[in-house]
Ligand binder design. Structure first.
Ligand code: MG
Length: 392
């Protein structure tokens, strides 16, 4: 916009990525500004952020918290919006240059598509837009000159490694995975794990849903699909490699045999910053890596027999259409039940398998068909996972 300042909208500013993004933007200082913020229901923190960062506009997507937010912000000079329509209004606003999205669930789909339609830079931190609507989103972005930049650390790594060559020269991309807290467990051992064990991630500090996804390796599974769309590569060019230290964030192997890796401390501030400043690199707040203190880095093949979600991901990515929406929604619903203590850890992947078996895939699905499928899979999981019959 005016005077070269990049006005950034953070959709999902009260979550872990959103809070880090605010820190990154504050540290970048001149040239970058948090111009719009949104939260789903945490109106108290959103109000605090509004007072501190003085954005032009904020939005609370859960409308039942709108009045409470207004009361908190009696003296706020900016605009206060609510609901999904408020998110879309921000995403397509002419006053915004970069839309950073970190909205949980499919609620983020409409604003992401709106930002793509208005030709903005999209910094995507949540997986759903690319997993559920990968084809629709990438085609919309292309048709309208919008840039999609990854914030997910692995995809940011691949994007950075891609600067070393062109897409046609890529032999394969290798997504690294920490392996989660159950790395090395047998299929039998994993049957007895508890919620507390699943929530104790060895290297990354994240929200509960993504931490459980890391334990099932569903997180990596979603990332495989995300990568397929983000980089426009056939699924056979995507691989997963276990790397417990989470220092090598991912790698790209080129046709000449050269492998380019991106490394850094496990800190989301770096990928967030790169998505905002690309193609430039500037001094930031992420901790710097000291390889000599680490000593060694380890790599191993993933165990797709124990972590079945990973095997499913490649099948689902190949199938495409609404299959990816089922994969994502069934997982989200099942993880919700697991976090509520209603089902066991292994029931999560069983629920996804059940839904995929039952679903009839629609290819080249519209947004409406994708959202309908999402809803169907959630209902199916809640019906088929009756705690009284499933819990052992
Ligand atoms: Mg990731």
């Amino acid at each position: 916009m005016s005077n070269g300042t990049k006005n950034i909208a953070i959709l999902g500013s009260t979550g872990s990525v959103g809070r880090n993004a605010l820190k990154v933007i504050a540290a970048l200082g001149k040239g970058f500004r948090a111009a719009a913020l949104s939260a789903h229901s945490n109106y108290k923190l959103l109000a605090e952020q509004a007072k501190q960062y003085q954005p032009d506009v904020i939005c609370i997507s859960d409308e039942s918290n709108y009045e409470a937010l207004r009361v908190e912000l009696k003296d706020f000079g900016g605009k206060i919006l609510c609901g999904g329509a408020g998110l879309v209004e921000i995403a397509e606003s002419g006053g915004i240059d970069i839309v950073l999205t970190s909205i949980v669930g499919v609620a983020g789909l409409a604003p992401v598509l709106a930002a793509a339609k208005s030709g903005k830079r999209l910094a995507i931190a949540n997986k759903e837009p690319l997993v559920v609507a990968g084809r629709l989103l990438t085609e919309t972005a292309k048709a309208n000159g919008a840039e999609i930049l990854p914030v997910d650390s692995e995809h940011s790594a691949i994007f950075q490694c891609m600067q070393a060559g062109c897409v046609d020269e890529v032999q394969r991309i290798i997504l690294t995975a920490s392996g989660g807290p159950f790395r090395g467990y047998s299929a039998q051992q994993i049957r007895d794990v508890t919620l507390e064990q699943a929530l104790a991630h060895p290297t990354w500090n994240m929200g509960p849903k993504i931490t459980v996804d890391s334990a099932t390796m569903m997180n990596k599974s979603l990332e495989v699909i995300e990568a397929r769309w983000l980089f426009g590569l056939p699924i056979e060019k995507i691989e997963v490699l276990i790397h417990p230290e989470s220092i090598v964030h991912s790698l790209v192997e080129y046709v000449d045999g050269s492998v380019i890796a991106q490394m850094g401390t496990p800190d989301m501030c770096l990928p967030i910053q790169y998505a905002l400043t690309y193609p430039q690199r500037v001094k930031g707040i992420a901790n710097h890596l000291k390889l000599d203190e680490l000593g060694s880095l380890n790599f191993e093949k993933p165990d797709v027999e124990t972590f079945r979600a990973l095997k499913l991901a490649f099948e689902v990515a190949e199938t495409g259409g609404t299959a990816c929406a089922v994969f994502n929604a069934a997982n989200e619903a099942a993880v919700g039940l697991f976090l509520d203590g209603k089902i066991n850890f292994v029931n999560i992947v069983e629920a996804i398998e059940h839904c995929l078996e039952k679903h009839e895939v629609i290819r080249d699905a519209s947004l409406e068909e994708l959202l309908d499928t999402d809803l169907w899979a959630r209902e199916e999981v809640n019906q088929c996972l009756n705690p009284n019959t499933v819990k052992k």
